[in-house]
Design a protein around this ligand. Structure first.
Ligand code: R1P
Ligand code: URA
Length: 234
């Protein structure tokens, strides 16, 4: 048990899927895991452990933004022994060829800052995905009926950003989508020698302004969960 995760020792699996939305964690656990057990509800940040094809898996909400993700990922890795962490998130599309409901698999994540900026100081550390997970996720996605894009994303600190020039610069440099957690997940994975990947479903689009409702963001991203599970155990 830690300050933010009420699970008992041994209740968290080595493989953890991390949606930002705790209710997506509940939906995914109840939809995809066998015998899911609620292992955390501290602060309402739901976490469940069950099995998928005989493998133990935890699905734990991370909350929104890198400071929140950092708390959960640190405790999962350092106190509970998590070895594979896969973010299953939503994001905003930033390229015209990226459509709502497409999948994005993040090779790397550009940021202005993260909770690790204080450690890196003048270093522009390049957060990157674990290759084995990335490769397996691309293969898993290619067997499904969904358009998938692989490349760089933008992990923003601010959802309601009053600097539209930042999004324009990201788009001009080929960034596929914007979300708020992956860069720090990749930083922490590098620091602690564990595997990490972010798989995202496009929930809205910065150029077309199309947007899915909150209920869809909670319960309709099944392809992403299946790709994450297949990649984790490939
Ligand atoms: O749907 P989740 O996984 O929370 O991800 C995205 O949605 C939230 C913003 O609405 C941020 O956490 C962003 O990263
Ligand atoms: O962080 C996010 C998530 C979804 N859509 C956005 O525009 N930003």
């Amino acid at each position: 048990m830690t300050i933010h995760i009420g699970a008992e020792p041994g209740q968290i699996a080595e493989t953890v899927l991390m949606p930002g939305d705790p209710r997506r964690a509940k939906w995914a656990a109840e939809t995809f895991l066998t015998d899911p057990v609620l292992v955390n509800e501290t602060r309402g940040m739901l976490g469940y452990t069950g099995t998928w094809n005989g493998h133990r898996v935890t699905i734990q909400g991370s909350g929104m933004g890198m400071p929140s993700l950092s708390i959960y990922a640190n405790e999962l890795i350092k106190d509970f022994g998590a070895k594979t962490l896969i973010r299953i998130g939503s994001c905003g599309g930033m390229q015209p060829f990226v459509k709502v409901r497409d999948l994005i698999i993040a090779m790397t994540a550009t940021t202005l800052s993260t909770p690790s900026s204080g450690i890196f100081k003048e270093i522009n550390f390049a957060p990157c995905a674990n290759w084995e997970l990335l490769d397996a996720a691309v293969k898993a996605a290619s067997n499904r009926d969904c358009d998938t894009h692989v490349g760089g994303i933008y992990s923003a600190d601010v959802f309601y950003d009053e600097r539209p020039d930042l999004n324009e610069i990201m788009t001009r440099h080929g960034i596929l989508g914007v979300e708020m957690e992956a860069a720090e997940l990749y930083n922490l994975a590098a620091r602690h020698s564990v595997r990490a990947l972010a798989i995202l479903t496009v929930s809205d689009h910065l150029q077309t302004h199309e947007a899915l409702p909150a209920e869809d963001r909670e319960r309709s991203f099944g392809e992403m969960v299946e790709v994450a599970l297949e990649a984790a155990f490939a």
